[in-house]
Design a protein around this ligand. Structure first.
Ligand code: HEC
Length: 258
């Protein structure tokens, strides 16, 4: 009996310990997710995404192939599928978007082999097929406009949204080069840049191009979204017709009861 009681007490002690451990664990997770959210809470510039703007998607595709595909791949997408979705004929595809002997049926692979990239940048540039779903469009739009000159970094560039990023500012010819005036500690969290040397585009044109690119990356992350919009319209029409039918049917059934 005594022996059993002893065991009971030990049992209660153990479960109490487990309970405490569980509470501590839950607290730790909550606090760390708050911290993570706080670091991700950098103010972002909002971007207007419109997947029915085919011209914007086509411009975005062109920028992507010209400026990003050398390092990053989009290896869940084939050139042909992209062409079909965005209304780019196979001739135009071959003329403007296939440079290194790729075929329309090929997956969109990076030109640079991963081991070279690792050697040069220290990290392999991530696949960008799903990046707009991982990072969200506002983040990408802000990121591509937040590169600034930094002599202290290996590439000569840094980024306020992604500190010490290994990616150089690949669009600097278009945007020009900017310096960081203030990292935003004072001005409601937003960094302030000064354009030191203008690029080929005005700041407005550059923002518009980055918007096209972001629009394209959103399409890339979920190509069926284009079809889903259409299916949505059909579903609403179907429900409307069904409503009329069921209402007349109901009237027909209840006619005899009243
Ligand atoms: C010269 C090679 C190179 C080119 C060209 C390049 N990138 Fe990168 N990019 C990188 C590297 C390397 C990283 C990884 C950075 C890190 O982890 O520090 C990266 C990271 C990124 C990230 C962040 C990924 C993450 O971790 O969330 C995004 C978004 C991105 N690149 C978009 C682009 C876009 C869009 C283009 C075309 C305009 C582009 N990149 C062109 C090398 C490149």
């Amino acid at each position: 009996m005594v022996h059993e009681m002893g065991q009971d007490e030990a049992g209660t002690g153990k479960s109490e310990f487990q309970m405490k451990r569980f509470i501590a664990f839950t607290l730790a997770i909550t606090v760390s997710s708050w911290c993570a959210a706080a670091t991700e809470d950098a103010p972002l510039d909002a971007v207007y995404i419109n997947l029915s703007d085919t011209a914007s998607l086509q411009r975005g595709a062109r920028l992507f192939v010209n400026y990003c595909l050398s390092c990053h791949s989009a290896s869940y997408m084939r050139y042909r599928r992209m062409g079909e979705d965005l209304g780019i004929s196979e001739e135009l595809l071959k003329e403007h978007l296939l440079f290194a002997g790729e075929k329309p049926g090929d997956l969109m692979q990076a030109t640079m082999p991963a081991n070279y990239a690792k050697q040069w940048f220290g990290v392999v540039p991530p696949d960008l097929t799903l990046i707009a779903r991982v990072r969200k469009p506002d983040w990408i739009y802000t990121y591509l406009r937040s590169f600034y000159l930094d002599v202290g970094s290996p590439s000569g560039w840094n980024n306020t949204l992604f500190r010490n990023v290994a990616m150089p500012h690949v669009l600097y010819q278009l945007q020009g080069s900017q310096r960081l005036v203030s990292d935003g500690a004072a001005e409601n969290g937003k960094p302030v840049f000064r354009l030191e040397r203008p690029g080929e585009m005005t700041p407005e044109e550059y923002d518009e191009s980055v918007r096209d690119l972001t629009n394209f990356l959103v399409y890339l992350g979920e190509p069926v979204k284009l079809n889903r919009y259409l299916i949505g319209v059909f579903v609403m029409l179907f429900l409307a017709v069904l409503l009329v039918l069921s209402y007349t049917l109901k009237k027909e059934y209840w006619k005899d009861v009243h």
